[in-house]
Ligand binder design. Structure first.
Ligand code: PEP
Ligand code: MG
Length: 885
């Protein structure tokens, strides 16, 4: 196998592996692609992800074949650039960067200026004619290499630099002279030697192999693992290593470095967007150490910034860049995220990739690009991550509400969030775990903060631009973020922040508006989103492409209404027990449960009947013209029992039963394993009067709505936890009997269906027989997962995370269907059901009905609909369309 691929210069390879992201990684593949379409790319080579996988399995015994490949690829760079690696007179310097199949911003490591040592620094100084630049580059290299490759604490070097600046009375790095940097290099080397116990490596070849190994090893760093877990990236992919000739953005005022997007990644606006720094090196922009300047004059004007834009300061290089932007968009037909360097007036491209974007921007770009003829509707649909729509479905700040704006930073990632202030990622995680909404407030964020950013509702930073780590990661996660709020100062030790004259302590409440950059004291009220414009357009396209219907799981009129606005086409699961918990009726429910006998139960049920009837009426009215699946009572009765003395006393008063009696009944209802106990249809079999009451309420409500509105609902009555045909047979007969009675009494009939959930393995296996009784099946994949895996839904959290981390399950099987295992039962159930009853209606109503990967599986199995909670309905519509493409 070939493990090394060259790019740039006259390297033309027709090996498709060179441009295959799975082999050369995203960065390597795109560098090769850019070079091949004639863009200015410094020459370099990529060591494949396959080598990384080999390294991780076998360790660092790189063989001669690989060493030969690398040597020859290095020769390619030397020849193209006309410099030799390690040449003391005119050295070739290289960058070494990671590059996985998908971008993992800030997760992996980079080394710049590699090849510098005590000899080559002299050559660099002579050739560049800039001694200060040469020594600054050398000290940067020692700093980065020590941190990334040698694992030394970067704080040691930063401290030495700070002290040097203090001694000289400097404020800024740019004030250091060549002599200052020389002295610091000596000090940096001494620090490294002291910490390592041997000198800092001087041999360029040793430096190179050290860096290559460090990049491979960084694939398994803690922060990379966290990022992979949060983004469902398999650990087996590995990263490629890119070695590339250095170009310098820090060679004076005709040099610069920057990052840019071909369209605005926050709004999707068709305008070049980015930031650059004159006389700076790569990482300075991303790290948020200096505040970058705008790319375009328009952006600078809009922000009211002083420092000139690139368009104004370097019109020629800006012109080169603008041409490249257009070429790239036309080539990739997508918004690109770019890194570039201008070395003494000449533009060089260091990276391009499809840019991360907010959901709002993703929609706008997709719809715009269809209009521009760049892509078709199907591509537009496939471009949107269904889960990202979630960002748009949640409330935004009420424009009418009072707000006390403390400061305005950069609108780095849109959306509104209120929460309690915390100043570190660990606290953010701990507080979030106990259910608090938190706002993570930092000077700047780094990859080590990723778990805290994920736990937080919003992120606020004092430093960093729109392309800082905080901004990029927050946009990717869909967290609202305000960055670069320079009025904010933080004293980390005492956990106090200050914005202007306002002191902010840990636990104080702040509100962020990531769309305007406003930072506000206290919580600000929000309003519901309006699903119009690009969102509506894209959803229309999606609806036209999907085959499956999308219903919702809802049991209150408010939820039904919201779900309809989100596009629900019916109710797939109305969990009637949720209606029982209502404050006004829980005592009637308890009275029913704790009754001695049937008569006692009937008295209590008589009180519940009118209430259930009005619940169902409200739902049928809200869902006029759409199918409504109502599930009869499911959970074990003890869930409704009184808790604590006060509730027992209250119940004793209402029912007239003595406390002792009530406690004894409660004890009798105790179950060791209630999830496998007296619940679902087992309640209906043993206490038929409960289901009779519910059926009566449903039919009476349906008839009343039919009479009042002229539009008859078609109730689909669903029996839970069925394992055998006989259970369904008995309960269907019961429902039919009640239907007959109600129809007789009202003098009116109504169409209705009786069906069942398939949520036990036996039901799936016996689906052929069960379909003789049931007109429809709804796969209850929550219980089906629980019973197939033998994993309790309610207790799984304790061990499922480690299970997922160790790859035992690829994802939490209660979130994303275990297609391999549980999926077989769904497939089999569907097949056997259809064999008996070809027109049987099939749906899914477990949580998986709102999960895109599970929805794709449902499409494959040919289900008629998926049912998801209201906020997931648009996600399901889009995912169903993608599945059907
Ligand atoms: C299921 O088990 O998948 C289901 C939808 O029912 P519940 O979650 O109410 O048990
Ligand atoms: Mg269930």
């Amino acid at each position: 196998t070939q493990y090394v691929y060259t790019f740039g210069g006259d390297a033309v390879s027709d090996d498709p592996r060179a441009k295959d992201k799975t082999i050369t990684g995203g960065k390597g593949a795109n560098l090769a692609e850019m070079a091949s379409i004639g863009l200015p790319v410094p020459p370099g080579f990529t060591i494949t992800t396959e080598m990384c996988v080999k390294y991780l399995a076998e360790g660092a015994n790189f063989d001669d074949a690989l060493r030969a490949e690398v040597a020859s690829a290095l020769g390619h760079i030397e020849q193209t650039v006309g410099k030799k690696f390690g040449d003391p007179a005119d050295p070739l310097l290289v960058s070494v960067r990671s590059g996985a199949r998908v971008s993992m911003p800030g997760m992996m490591d980079t080394v710049l200026n590699l090849g510098l040592n005590d000899d080559t620094v002299q050559g660099l100084s002579t050739v560049s004619g800039d001694e200060r630049f040469a020594w600054d580059s050398y000290r940067r290299f020692i700093q980065m290499y020590s941190d990334v490759v040698l694992g030394l604490d970067h704080g040691l070097f930063e401290e030495a630099l700070e002290i040097a600046k203090e001694d000289k009375g400097y404020y800024n790095d740019v004030e250091l002279t060549a002599e200052d940097w020389k002295a610091l290099v000596a000090e940096f080397k001494a620090i490294a030697a002291r910490e390592l116990g041997h000198p800092f490596p001087q041999d360029p070849s040793e430096q190179l192999w050290g860096a290559i190994e460090a990049v491979f090893a960084s694939w398994d760093s803690d922060r990379a693992k966290v990022y992979r877990r949060l983004n469902d990236i398999p650990g087996g992919w590995g990263t490629a290593v890119n070695v590339q000739a250095m170009v310098f953005g820090n060679m004076g005022d005709t040099s610069a470095t920057g990052v840019a997007f071909t369209r605005d990644p926050a709004t999707g606006e068709r305008a070049y967007y980015g930031e650059y720094l004159i006389n700076a090196q790569g990482e300075d922009v991303v790290a948020g150490i200096r505040t970058p300047q705008y790319l375009t004059k328009a952006a600078r004007d809009a922000a009211g910034a002083q420092a000139p834009s690139m368009e104004e300061a370097m019109p020629d290089a800006y012109g080169q860049l603008a041409r490249v932007f257009d070429l790239l968009e036309n080539h990739y037909r997508d918004m690109q995220d770019i890194e570039f360097t201008v070395q003494q007036g000449t533009l060089w491209m260091l990276q391009t990739r499809s840019g991360k974007r907010t959901a709002k921007a993703a929609l706008k770009m997709a719809v715009d690009m269809v209009g521009e003829g760049l892509i078709d509707e199907a591509t537009a649909i496939s471009r949107i991550d269904p889960m990202a729509l979630d960002q748009l479905l949640h409330p935004t700040l009420d424009p009418e509400a009072d707000r006390k704006v403390l400061t305005v930073g950069l609108p780095a990632s849109p959306g509104a969030a209120s929460g309690k202030v915390v100043f570190d990622a660990d606290t953010a995680e701990t507080w979030a775990e106990r259910g608090e909404a938190v706002i993570l407030v930092r000077v700047e964020t780094s990859p080590e903060d990723i778990h805290g950013m994920h736990a937080a509702k919003g992120i606020l930073t004092a430093r960093g631009g729109m392309t800082s780590h905080a901004a990029v990661v927050a946009r990717g996660m869909g967290r609202p973020c305000v960055s670069g709020a320079s009025a904010l100062s933080i004293d980390r030790k005492s956990k106090v922040g200050r914005i202007g004259g306002t002191e902010i302590k840990e636990g104080d409440v702040l509100t962020l508006d990531g769309s305007t950059g406003e930072v506000m004291l206290g919580a600000v009220p929000t309003i519901e989103p309006e699903l119009v414009g690009d969102f509506a357009t894209l959803m229309e396209w999606a609806d036209a492409k999907r085959r499956m219907k999308v219903r919702t799981n809802a049991e209150t009129p408010a939820d039904c209404k919201m779900a309809r606005q989100f596009g629900a086409e019916g109710i797939g699961l109305c969990r009637t027990e949720h209606m029982f918990f209502d404050a006004g009726r829980i005592s009637s429910v308890r009275q029913m449960i704790l009754a001695e006998d049937k008569k006692g139960r009937e008295t209590a049920l008589a009180k519940l009947l009118p209430e259930q009837r009005s619940d169902f009426k409200a739902i049928f009215t809200e869902m006029a013209g759409l199918p409504v699946t109502i599930r009869l009572l499911d959970p074990p009765l003890h869930e409704f029992l009184p808790q604590g003395d006060a509730e027992f006393e209250e119940l004793a008063e209402i029912t007239g039963y003595g406390i002792d009696h009530l406690r004894r009944r409660a004890d009798e209802l105790h179950e060791f394993n209630p999830m496998l106990g007296h619940r679902g249809c087992r309640l209906g079999i043993t206490f038929p009067e409960i289901y009779e009451m519910q059926a009566q309420a449903i039919f009476e409500a349906a008839i009343e709505v039919a009479v009042e509105s002229g539009e008859a609902p078609v109730p689909e009555i669903m029996i839970p936890l069925v394992a055998t045909k006989r259970e369904l047979e008995i309960l269907k007969a019961l429902v039919d009997k009640i239907a007959g009675e109600v129809f007789d009494a009202k003098g009116k009939t109504l169409e209705y269906l009786v069906g069942t959930m398939i949520e036990l393995p036996r039901a799936a296996l016996m689906a052929g027989e069960i379909a003789e009784e049931g007109a429809f099946f709804s796969f209850g994949t929550n219980d089906l997962t629980q019973t197939t895996l033998g994993v309790s839904r309610d207790d799984a959290a304790r061990f499922l995370n480690p299970y997922v981390e160790q790859g035992i399950y690829p994802r939490d099987p209660f979130v994303s269907l275990d297609i391999e295992g549980v999926g077989q039962l769904v497939e089999l159930g569907a097949e056997r059901g259809r064999a008996t009853r070809p027109d049987i209606k099939l749906g899914i109503c477990g949580e998986h009905g709102g999960d895109p990967a599970s929805i794709a599986f449902c499409e494959k199995v040919g289900l008629d609909y998926v049912s998801a909670s209201p906020y997931r309905v648009p996600i399901a519509r889009l995912a169903a369309a993608q599945a059907a493409l």
